[in-house]
Ligand binder design. Sequence first.
Ligand code: MRU
Length: 414
Amino acid sequence: MLTAGRMTVRGSPVRKMREPGAEVRAGKRCGINAEGKEAQEEAALQETGNIMEYDTVALDEEQGAVVIIDQTLLPGRMERICLRTAEEIWNAIYLLKVRGAPAIGVTAALGIYLLAKGIRTEDFEVFYKEFVTYKEYLDSARPTAVNLSWALKRMERVVLEKGREQGQPVEEIRQALRQEALEIREEDIRVCHQIGEYGLTLVQPGDGILTHCNAGSLATVRYGTATAPIYLGQERGYRFHVFADETRPLLQGARLTAFELSKAGVDVTLICDNMSGSVMAKGMVQAVFVGCDRVAANGDTANKIGTSVVAMVAKYYRVPVYVCAPTSTIDLDTPNGASIRIEERPAAEVTDMWYREPMAPEGVKVYNPAFDVTDHELIAGIVTEYGIARAPFGESLGQIMEKAERATYNGIRK
Ligand code: MRU
């Protein structure tokens, strides 16, 4: 476990390893009042364990909090925590209490709304300056998933449009921010559902599907991206056989994907990361569906470390690899995968985390990149809410983004 988070405007906040047992300020448990709605919901959640019945990220105005499921406790414990301060939000994102590109974006949008609500001034320029301080701070929590800066930029646009262009009072800006944050959240549900519809056209009932990391319900608000076709297929009797890579070092596949799919009644088999070749060689996998954190203009995609290896193995066995990505994950300003900044995380995640005893010699050099880039040549299609982009991606992604622009006020967006 890690602790991190200092309020800095520019540059990275100080990050240091957490001493075992030390207090981490990344949100407090919600629903402490046993009579409260949240406590009741939490009890129900504990009982059914079906994540699909609960949103991963939500706004609780009464408590003045962004409410998240603490994903670091899964699958052992289902607990929701309330994030109220900038530091709590930053830490929750950095510590992966909330993780997955879309879920991070939604958390940041709801979080900055709450922080903006707390800015005590009616002077626009003073308000804007503080807003930008919060924005830059939250944006520094994780670098690879573009959804974080995408959501924060979208919130900033609201401030500038309402305040600087239209000269509206600060109170109106706060209201507009609330609306935008809730819209970003609702949009995520619609977008993932639509990705599910497109994804489902790529597979047949009874197919074996392999996935890596967790691009599931827990990584979004409700359906997931790579899991959306699986959940829709489940509703429609497709009876898929899903293989979930455990996903070293943080085990998102084992702890989260295997957990949420099995709770939802999906036939899921957990495999170690080095077993994908084995199941593909046996003809047990007809398609690979993965999520992603950033799609570059040429179709290279960054996703959880190990995805590129799965894609290379899949190419050898002629299994198509589909990357599921909302258009909020497409970054046409990044020309290719080499330009994507890859987050590096602490060595302890590899050597100590999850083990009773350290599993590596003390002081050994460790390299722990959290993501890798899958070359566009290994990708059969990028499944978005506006259709499936195919090679040449330079063209098809541009077309998809144009559709997204046009649809902003009458398509999926609003
Ligand atoms: O480090 P994580 O757990 O945030 O990494 C998550 C992934 O790599 C997901 O596959 C990606 O964010 C897509 S989530 C729909």
